[in-house]
Design a binder for this molecule. Structure first.
Ligand code: ADP
Ligand code: MG
Length: 605
């Protein structure tokens, strides 16, 4: 920590002294580099942190530059007024460019944003008001009392301060709840929705942030060059910007800055060889993607890994941390018998395939309900419908008195439904602690005004979340793994993390999809203890499970699925005897009691 502060201080002093070493040409170059660095931070936030492909970043930059140019030269506004208006315009356009992200992702989003960017370049090249291919000259220099900003040296200091603030703000976002939710959304948007992250709004927020950075860069550019022309906002420059972010390492904003500086210097070196320049950038990108896929920012970790592999650096040889014991919740009185979840005649068809057919069932508050059935019988589909991942073809889903049929996953999560996934969906690039922190945060997107206006409030909220996370880690015996990446952990431990993450929502209804799959006998025993304790704290649990021993010992009622229909419903003993159940399971080994976990008497509490 001290080292980092010292490093930042040294860099700041060096940056402050840099102009003394530069002639009038190089200081101009430095000023352009800083503008590109600000742009790269914006692109790093939307693409690297939030995972939204945005090929319109250069267009946002252009919008702000052109807006400043037009408003000053054509409409007679002063520079700063024009700049403020330009920021409003670019923010609006940023939100516009972000709307396709609500419906599409990955390369589709790339194509759409690229199309919007091309449309914009096309417009400025042809529009009379934008000066056509010649662009707009004669933009007035920004005025500050006592400082002549036409002087590149003074402009450098203005830019340096803005850059410092822009980087600090970006890092602030990444390290606090907003950035964590963005990273969670990037890693797994389905799971993010299931833990209450408002995915659509968050995507828009990411584009909004990128447009603010594009806007700041554009305004600075207009003030620095005092001339705008279409070629600055060309696709070639968009590629350069993309290369900066890829080389720097998409997930690290500091990496994006380093990438921006490195490529800008390369561009300066190659300025007399335009034929080779594009090839050189391309080569650098290809080399990065092949040899350092995590970018420059990931190099230290990769280097350490290599040194360890070659035996030049000792591996940590400490004993691997052990999964701690689960500390049971305080028992509360069992809630009054009322229906917490009602599934009313629900069907779910995928084209011709009828995954669920007219399923009707009721779950009573405070029970542990088992759901069993052969593979492909629609159990997971039912969870997906209840947690809002699928909208049912027919029928309704009621949560208490609320009709939740077409609700979004985050709405359901916020209404008290939490779930785990059959094939584990932890956020792989977040630590275990961060996985819990994402779920613990219950603030809505509307609370993000604090990021602009009241940062201490954000810090305080973050500290409160961290305390809750520590408490939760301790309860689930996960403290030793808090800073590990989920992928490094044993399978059983990952399953435990996922339950802890679901419980972080403090749900009323917990859906567990095959939580015992892949666990050993002892782990299954612990799981059964955890589920009992969760129920005793007033949470209703629905459990899909193939481990019949676990189902028999835990559940008061069991619902049996086959071919998308409910074929039996009753106490474990009743359904085990039902002839249609026996028939459905004939030849299916899933019914075998291979891992008995508790004696049947335990089930009757
Ligand atoms: P279970 O969890 O009981 O093993 P599922 O609910 O996962 O079964 O699947 C039920 C049926 O629905 C399967 O035939 C499966 O292939 C199909 N199915 C599930 N999800 C989809 C989907 N998104 N698209 C198409 N078919 C699906
Ligand atoms: Mg399943």
């Amino acid at each position: 920590m001290k080292l980092r502060v010292a490093g930042i201080a040294v860099l700041a002093v060096l940056a402050w002294l840099l102009p003394y070493q530069l002639d009038s040409y190089l200081i101009h170059v430095a000023n352009v580099v800083i503008i590109f660095a600000i742009l790269a931070i914006g692109l790093g936030l939307v693409m690297g942190i939030a995972g939204q492909i945005n090929l319109a970043q250069i267009a946002l930059f252009g919008v702000a530059s052109y807006a400043t140019a037009i408003l000053t030269t054509r409409a007679g506004f002063g520079f700063w007024t024009a700049a403020a208006l330009a920021m409003l315009i670019v923010a609006a356009i940023g939100l516009l460019i972000g709307t396709p992200a609500l419906r599409m992702q990955s390369h589709y989003l790339g194509i759409v944003t690229l199309g919007l960017a091309l449309a914009l370049t096309n417009w400025v090249t042809n529009a009379h008001i934008a000066g056509g291919a010649e662009g707009i000259t004669g933009i007035p220099a920004p005025a500050l009392p006592g400082i002549d900003l036409r002087n590149d040296y003074f402009f450098y200091y203005l830019e340096l301060i803005v850059f410092g603030l822009a980087l600090a703000f970006g890092l602030f976002v990444v390290r606090t709840p907003l950035g964590r939710k963005m990273r969670a959304m990037r890693d797994d948007s389905l799971a993010a929705g299931a833990v209450g992250v408002e995915v659509p709004q968050l995507r828009m927020t990411a584009f909004f942030l990128a447009s603010i950075y594009g806007g700041v860069a554009g305004v600075l550019y207009a003030g620095l060059i005092r001339y705008v022309a279409p070629e600055t906002f060309s696709i070639a420059n968009m590629f350069l910007l993309l290369a900066m972010v890829i080389i720097g390492g998409r997930q690290s904003l500091v990496g994006c800055v380093v990438g921006a500086i490195a490529l800008s210097v390369l561009r300066e070196v190659l300025v007399d060889y335009p034929t080779y320049a594009q090839v050189a950038y391309g080569a650098v990108v290809v080399l990065t993607v092949v040899f350092a896929p995590t970018g420059l920012a990931g190099l230290p970790t990769r280097a350490r890994g290599l040194l360890q592999r070659w035996g030049w650096l000792r591996r940590d040889t400490g004993t691997p941390p052990k999964l701690g014991d689960f500390r049971p919740y305080d028992t509360v009185e069992r809630p009054a018998e009322q229906v917490i979840l009602r599934i009313d005649d629900v069907s779910m068809h995928f084209r011709g395939l009828k995954a669920l057919q007219e399923v009707t069932m009721e779950i009573t508050a405070g029970e542990i309900r088992g759901i069993v059935g052969p593979n492909g019988s629609g159990k997971t589909t039912l969870f997906n419908v209840v947690s809002g991942l699928y909208r049912p073809t027919a029928g309704r889903v009621w949560l208490g008195e609320r009709d939740m049929t077409a609700a979004r996953p985050h709405t359901l999560a916020r209404a008290g439904v939490a779930r785990t996934f059959q094939n584990l969906r932890l956020f792989p690039l977040l630590t275990v602690r961060e996985n819990l922190l994402v779920a613990l945060d219950q603030t809505s997107v509307l609370g993000n005004w604090r990021y602009a206006l009241w940062q201490p409030g954000v810090w305080r909220h973050d500290r409160a979340l961290r305390r809750q996370a520590d408490e939760l880690l301790d309860r689930f015996g996960l403290t030793a793994f808090a800073d590990a990446a989920p992928g490094e952990l044993p399978y059983g431990t990952q399953r435990r993390v996922e339950i802890a993450r679901a419980m972080a929502r403090r749900p009323r209804l917990l859906l567990l999809d095959e939580p015992a799959a892949g666990l050993n006998g002892e782990e299954v025993r612990q799981l059964s203890e955890i589920v009992r304790s969760i129920r005793s704290t007033g949470v209703t649990v629905v459990l899909i499970e193939h481990n019949m021993g676990l189902v028999m010992s835990l559940c008061e009622r069991v619902t049996v699925f086959a071919g998308g229909r409910v074929i039996a419903d009753g106490t474990p003993a009743e359904v085990a005897r039902a002839p249609q159940v026996v028939e459905a399971y004939l030849g299916d080994s899933a019914m075998s009691e291979d891992v008995p976990v508790a004696t049947p008497t335990e089930a009757k509490r």
